[in-house]
Design a binder for this molecule. Structure first.
Ligand SMILES: Cc1cc2nc3c(=O)[nH]c(=O)nc-3n(C[C@H](O)[C@H](O)[C@H](O)COP(=O)(O)OP(=O)(O)OC[C@H]3O[C@@H](n4cnc5c(N)ncnc54)[C@H](O)[C@@H]3O)c2cc1C
Length: 278
C-alpha cells in the first residue's frame, strides 16, 4: 500500500504492520503500531491479541482453510510481546507459521502498511513480578517461546546487573534462532547475562555447529548454567521460566521438580513459571 493511501485511510482494525523481518522461512518478527491511539503500560512477559478478518488472504505455501470463514468475522490469537515496555510507539512479535492454522497464514501474507487488529488489552502472569529482586533467572525457550524473554531482557534484565540471567534458546537449526545476533551482543556487553543457543538437528548445518546440541533438558542435565555462573542454580537463589514446545515445558518441569524447585501459582508461590502457547 502506498504511503499516501496509508496516511488518508484510517483502519477500522486499529493498527498497522510497520515492519516485517523474515528470520527464516515460516518465522517472522513484526512490528505493529496503533493507528490513532496510545498503547497502554504493560509488564514485560505479557501478551496481547492480533487479529484479521476471515476475508484476509492466506500466504503462499500455506494449506487451504479447512473450514469456511465468515469474511467479516475476526480471527484472533494471543501473542507475547517481544518489544521493550519502556518506549511504547509500537509492539513487536515473534511469530511462527502454522501452515494449517487459521490466523498465522493470514498474518504472514501482510505487507508493511497493511491494517491488523491489535488488542488494546495487554495481560498475562508470565512476568518477573513475583521474582524477588535478589534472585537469578533462567529463561528456557524453544522457538517463538523466546518472545516474552526478549521483552524482559530489553526492558530491564539487561540493565539489572545484580542478578544473573541465563537465556537458553532451542531450535531445530541455527537459522531458526531468532534474535541470535542481539542476544550474542548483549552477552558480550552484559557480564551478568549468558546466552546459550542450542540446535537439535546439527547434521543439517551447512557449516559445523560448535555450540550446544539437543534439548533444553540436556543443557540443564549437563550443568551448563552452573559452569557459566560458577554456582549451582537452586530454588533458594534462582527462578526458572519455561515457554515454548509442550514437550520442553513438561521435560524441564520434571527435572526442576526433581531438583527441589516448585511450580509457581498465585496461591502457592514457587520458582517455576510456565507459559503454554498450545
Ligand atoms: C499466551 C500466549 C502467547 C502466545 N504467544 C505466541 C508468540 O509469541 N508467537 C507465536 O508464534 N505463537 C504464540 N502463541 C500461539 C498463538 O496464539 C497461536 O496459537 C498460533 O499463532 C497459531 O495460530 P493459528 O490460528 O495459525 O493456528 P490454529 O488454527 O489456532 O492452530 C493451533 C495449533 O497450532 C500449533 N501452534 C500454535 N502455536 C505454535 C507455535 N508458537 N509454534 C508451533 N506450533 C504452534 C499447535 O499445534 C496448535 O494446536 C501464543 C499463545 C498464547 C496462549
Amino acid at each position: 500500500m502506498c504511503a499516501v493511501t496509508m496516511a488518508t485511510q484510517q483502519t477500522t482494525l486499529g493498527a498497522r504492520m510497520i515492519q516485517r523481518t523474515e528470520v527464516a522461512p515460516g518465522l517472522i518478527i513484526v512490528q505493529v503500531a496503533p493507528d490513532g491511539w496510545e498503547l497502554p503500560e504493560f509488564e514485560p512477559g505479557q501478551y496481547t491479541v492480533l487479529g484479521l478478518p476471515g476475508s484476509a488472504a492466506r500466504c503462499a505455501g500455506s494449506d487451504p482453510d479447512s473450514v469456511e470463514h465468515d469474511p467479516n468475522k475476526l480471527i484472533r490469537r494471543a501473542y507475547s510481546i517481544t518489544s521493550s515496555s519502556v518506549p511504547r510507539d509500537y509492539l513487536e512479535f515473534y511469530i511462527t507459521l502454522v501452515r494449517s492454522g487459521e490466523l498465522t497464514p493470514r498474518l504472514f501474507a501482510l505487507e508493511v502498511g497493511d491494517p491488523v487488529l491489535l488488542g488494546p488489552k495487554i495481560t498475562g502472569m508470565f512476568t518477573l513480578d513475583s521474582v524477588p529482586e535478589d534472585r537469578h533467572v533462567m529463561l528456557f525457550a524453544t522457538g517463538t517461546g523466546l518472545a516474552p524473554y526478549m521483552s524482559m531482557i530489553r526492558s530491564s534484565l539487561a540493565e539489572h546487573r545484580g542478578r544473573r540471567v541465563a537465556v537458553v534458546h532451542g531450535a531445530y537449526h541455527s537459522w531458526d534462532l531468532g534474535y541470535r545476533a542481539e542476544l550474542a551482543t548483549l552477552q558480550r556487553i552484559c557480564p551478568h547475562l549468558e546466552y546459550i543457543p542450542l540446535i537439535s538437528e546439527p547434521a543439517d548445518e551447512p557449516v559445523a555447529w560448535s555450540g550446544h546440541t539437543g534439548f533444553c533438558q540436556d543443557v540443564w542435565k549437563a550443568r551448563v548454567i552452573d559452569q557459566r555462573w560458577g554456582f549451582r542454580p537452586s530454588p533458594e537463589n534462582t527462578h526458572a521460566f519455561l515457554c515454548g514446545h509442550p514437550g520442553m515445558i513438561q521435560g524441564m518441569l520434571e527435572l526442576l521438580l526433581e531438583d527441589g524447585f516448585a511450580e509457581h501459582s498465585k496461591k502457592s508461590p514457587g520458582q517455576i513459571h510456565l507459559e503454554k502457547y498450545w
